[in-house]
Structure formats: C-alpha cells, structure tokens
Ligand binder design. Structure first.
Ligand SMILES: NC(=O)c1ccc[n+]([C@@H]2O[C@H](COP(=O)([O-])OP(=O)(O)OC[C@H]3O[C@@H](n4cnc5c(N)ncnc54)[C@H](OP(=O)(O)O)[C@@H]3O)[C@@H](O)[C@H]2O)c1
Length: 312
C-alpha cells in the first residue's frame, strides 16, 4: 500500500509545486498518496487539488490539534510557512514548530521544510532584522532536534518578484526600461522560478531520505548580477532594459513603513552576502552541488523570462 505524503501550503506556490512534481514523477506517484492541507477545503485552489486526485484536509498552522489530525498516518510531510500573513517572526516560528511537533507526535518519519538561513548569524550580526529569514532558520534548528529524519529546502529570491514588484522594469521617457534595486551592478543574486522548481528540489529530497537526512537543497536556477538580469530581459523581450542602482533610501522608500528595515536588510543580504550567506562550502558551490543532485534541472532566468509576460 502506498504511503501518505502530506503537503502544507498545497494551495500556494511552494506546496502546489511540490504536489505537481510528485504527481508527474512515476516513482514518487506510486510510492506516495498525496494529502494537501488548507484552512479552507472549499476554496478554488483546494478544489483543483481534488481534481488532481489529491486528498484535501483542513488544518490551521495556529492550531496544533488540527495539525495532528492533518498529518495523522503520514510517512512524510512538507512544511512551509507564510510570514507575510502575520508579519511576525514569533508567529512564523510558532507555526513551523507546531507542524514539526504534530509530525513528531504522529510518528511521521521524514519532515521536509522550506526554511532559510539565519541572516543575523551568517552576517555576524550585521543584518539583524530580517525576521522572515531568522524565524525560518529557527524552525529548521528546532526540527533538527526532533526524532524524525529531516531535510530542508532553501529557496532563493523568487524570480516572480522581478516581474510585478518594486523592481519591475519601469518604462523611461526614451522608451527603454529600468530595473531598479540597491544591488551593486556585480552583486550575485540567486533567483528561483518558485512555481516550477520548488517541486523539483523537494522531490529530490523525498526520493532519498537517507541521503538527505540533516541536509539542505539550495533552490535557484542560478546566480545573476542585476546587469545580467537586464541583459537577459533585453535579449529575450526585444526591449532595451538597463539596470539602475538606486540610493538605499530611495529604493527602500518603495516599501511600506513597517517592512522598510526588514526589506532593506534583505536586499543588503543579497548585495553583500549572496543571500544564502557563507554557509557550508559557500553559496555558489552549495548551489552547484544541489544542481548536480537534481534529476529535473532548474529553470534558468532566461527560460523564466521567455515563459512570462513582461511590460504590461
Ligand atoms: N518572495 C520571495 O522572494 C521569497 C523567497 C524565499 C522565501 N519566501 C517565503 O515564502 C513563503 C510563502 O510561500 P508561498 O509563496 O508558497 O506562499 P503562498 O503562495 O502565498 O501560499 C501560502 C500557503 O500557506 C498556507 N497557509 C498560510 N497560513 C496558513 C495557516 N495558518 N494554516 C495553514 N496553511 C496556511 C496557505 O493555505 P490556505 O490559504 O489554503 O489555508 C497557502 O497554501 C513566505 O514565508 C516567504 O517568506 C519568499
């Protein structure tokens, strides 16, 4: 009989990508029956999951009892938190801890979580206010203490953020476009097509719990300087796109007041610390190792640009 793999955030980008990757994988789709967790099993994305043959169950990351019910009978769990609903590192940690506690209490064998480095630690205290990184790092640290195998997916900056956020290439008076940020022109920034590639990474972790126990897979199509991003955008769209480094204060002024310090430091983490920091062999070598381990290759930024509409 097949085992149950329970996916949190199944109605969202990361969890949805995990579901799709397992469904299209001949080996994993035989080994695992999929269960997706949502707060509202009647909503559109939940119904779409049911159409794909996924069992959809209710669960709220703020309610431990509901999480125990949601994961009951599962062999493996994928956990993801959404900091931007609560905007609170404490809440995010509590949610991640609750999923891990529920999994441990229900005898889950393998716990996979989407986490990030502790920015305060990897920058030696230089960037101490990136709560949505630090709380995810604390979830990872906590999960490692529990009696199951665990593995972690570290997603890069979503490539989707380049298309529809404050960096979105803006039209200039001369008809060209400007890509704005505080990055240096040669800062190396990792980007992931989070919808296409989360599942590719997590499927790899799911295939071999022994190999990945205690380890991380880095999720990114590659590292790109903002100049390279602009060049790729120009080449793939036929428009002229230039990178413009804005003064720190001007750029952070784009963000709502409560997020300005957090976002300023996050872009500094990308500018000066390659986003992932110098953990392990260093960010680029770790990503190269992750790529080498993957059966399905990640999406490059050029492929991402080709797949999406720009400049509307
Ligand atoms: N933007 C970036 O560049 C970037 C980079 C790295 C990491 N991240 C992190 O990515 C995370 C967001 O991931 P995503 O983009 O996959 O999210 P998303 O597409 O917005 O989906 C969020 C998912 O979380 C579920 N969820 C939220 N609160 C829940 C709760 N209390 N109980 C149960 N389920 C809950 C939602 O389910 P229902 O609504 O159906 O209940 C939904 O499926 C954030 O924490 C962010 O920090 C972002």
């Amino acid at each position: 009989m097949s085992k149950v793999f329970t996916v949190f955030g199944a109605t969202g980008k990361q969890g949805g990508s995990v579901i799709d990757a397992v469904l299209r994988n001949p080996e994993l789709s035989k080994t695992y029956r999929l269960r997706g967790v949502t707060r509202d099993p009647t909503k559109g994305n939940a119904l779409k999951l049911k159409e794909k043959g996924v069992e959809v169950v209710a669960g709220d990351q703020n309610d431990l009892a509901s999480l125990r019910t949601a994961v009951r009978g599962s062999s493996a769990v994928f956990a993801v938190t959404n900091f931007f609903e609560s905007m609170s590192g404490e809440t995010e940690f509590a949610q991640g801890k609750a999923m891990a506690d529920a999994a441990a209490a229900e005898g889950v064998e393998y716990f996979i979580a989407s986490t990030l480095p502790n920015a305060a630690v990897v920058t030696n205290g230089a960037l101490a206010h990136i709560d949505h990184f630090n709380s995810k790092a604390k979830i990872e640290e906590y999960a490692r203490t529990l009696p199951f195998k665990s593995a972690f997916f570290w997603p890069a900056m979503f490539a989707q953020e380049i298309n529809g956020h404050d960096l979105i290439p803006k039209k200039q008076d001369d008809g060209t476009y400007a890509l704005y940020c505080i990055w240096a022109p040669d800062s190396k920034v990792p980007l992931i097509d989070i919808v296409a590639d989360t599942g590719k990474c997590v499927a790899q972790l799911l295939k071999d719990p022994e190999r990945w126990n205690g380890k991380r897979i880095y999720g990114a199509g590659g590292f790109y300087t903002p100049t390279e991003m602009a060049d790729i955008l120009s080449k793939e769209t036929g428009k002229t796109v230039k990178y413009v480094q804005l003064p720190d204060k001007v750029f952070t002024g784009f963000f709502p007041e409560p997020l300005q310090e957090e976002f300023y430091e996050m872009f500094m983490l990308m500018r000066d610390w390659k986003y992932f920091g110098p953990e392990g062999k260093g960010a680029e070598a770790e990503l190269a190792d992750s790529h080498a381990a993957m059966d399905e290759k990640p999406t490059t930024f050029a492929e991402f640009v080709r797949k999406n509409k720009w400049f509307d």
